[in-house]
Design a binder for this molecule. Structure first.
Ligand SMILES: [Zn+2]
Length: 269
């Protein structure tokens, strides 16, 4: 029986069921076209107790993320947002060459490169081996592993404790929500700041309703359904985010809207 990833209750409500579908981005080669394709249930549920919206199926992270096709630097918008964000955080936190900025799922170094250019030490954690190679080629030190409590303790034992930890549009990809939040709290210095961006489900729905009124249903449905994937385990309402962080002793100090893909950015201390 499915249990809510945040509060553990099995009393969840079904919102949307798309049956069984193949994994997103798992593109087939010519030789695979005549073979049967692996499919997984894709059902979205709402937890009335903590308000977390989530999918019920947990696909192996090894299957989803060891080879990944999405490179963040392909998007000019992502690069621009990353540059602006890094500049703000450097000023806000007074970072210098004695600081450490760590990013969970650092992709190809699209964000950390901005800190590195300002002389601030960085460390990326990126499980996709094909992408971490590209980051290393750019000079971004990258640990090619999944981020969890075990890895956080290993890094802390080596002295890698961070002034700033970024987790941009990533913890929704992690079914072990508790593990990634605890890992962040292990690696963050007592006065450190964690900056987390995640899909905000209220804006996803409102945005699509407004577009529905404009009678472009096909595009809306494609856009909305394209956001519910096997590799996105859950989506926040703000209340569920606050509750979850409060339970894990991480304080949310501010919230900002990021104007692409209905994401909200929260700063935690
Ligand atoms: Zn719940």
């Amino acid at each position: 029986m499915f249990a809510c990833r945040a509060c553990g209750t099995s009393d969840v409500r079904s919102i949307l069921s798309l049956g069984k579908t193949p994994l997103a981005n798992a593109l087939l080669t010519l030789g695979q076209l005549n073979q049967s394709e692996e499919v997984f249930p894709l059902e979205l549920v709402f937890c009335p107790h903590c308000t977390l919206v989530q999918i019920t199926e947990t696909v192996s992270p090894e299957k989803l993320f060891r080879e990944y096709l999405y490179f963040s630097s392909f998007s000019e918008t992502v690069l621009e947002n990353a540059h602006i964000l890094a500049g703000r955080i450097i000023e806000r936190c007074g970072l210098n060459d004695q600081s450490l900025v760590l990013e969970v799922a650092s992709n190809d170094g699209y964000l950390l490169q901005n800190y590195k250019q300002r002389g601030i030490p960085v460390l990326g954690v990126e499980p996709a081996r094909n992408i971490s190679v590209v980051a290393e080629e750019k000079g971004i030190p990258t640990v090619s592993e999944f981020f969890n409590v075990g890895l956080a303790e290993q890094l802390k034992d080596k002295g890698d404790v961070a002034d700033v930890i970024h987790a941009n549009n990533v913890i929704a990809h992690v079914a072990d929500l508790q593990g990634v939040v605890e890992g962040i709290s292990i690696l963050l210095k007592p006065d450190g700041v964690a900056i987390i961006e995640n899909h905000y489900v209220k804006d996803m729905i409102v945005s699509n309703l407004i577009q529905s009124i404009m009678n472009i249903y096909a595009i809306i449905l494609l856009h909305l359904f394209a956001t519910f994937l096997h590799d996105m385990a859950w989506f926040w309402l703000m209340r569920s985010g606050f509750l979850y962080m409060a339970v894990h002793c991480v304080f949310i100090s501010s919230v900002q809207m990021v104007h692409d893909h209905w994401r909200k950015r929260v700063l935690c201390a």
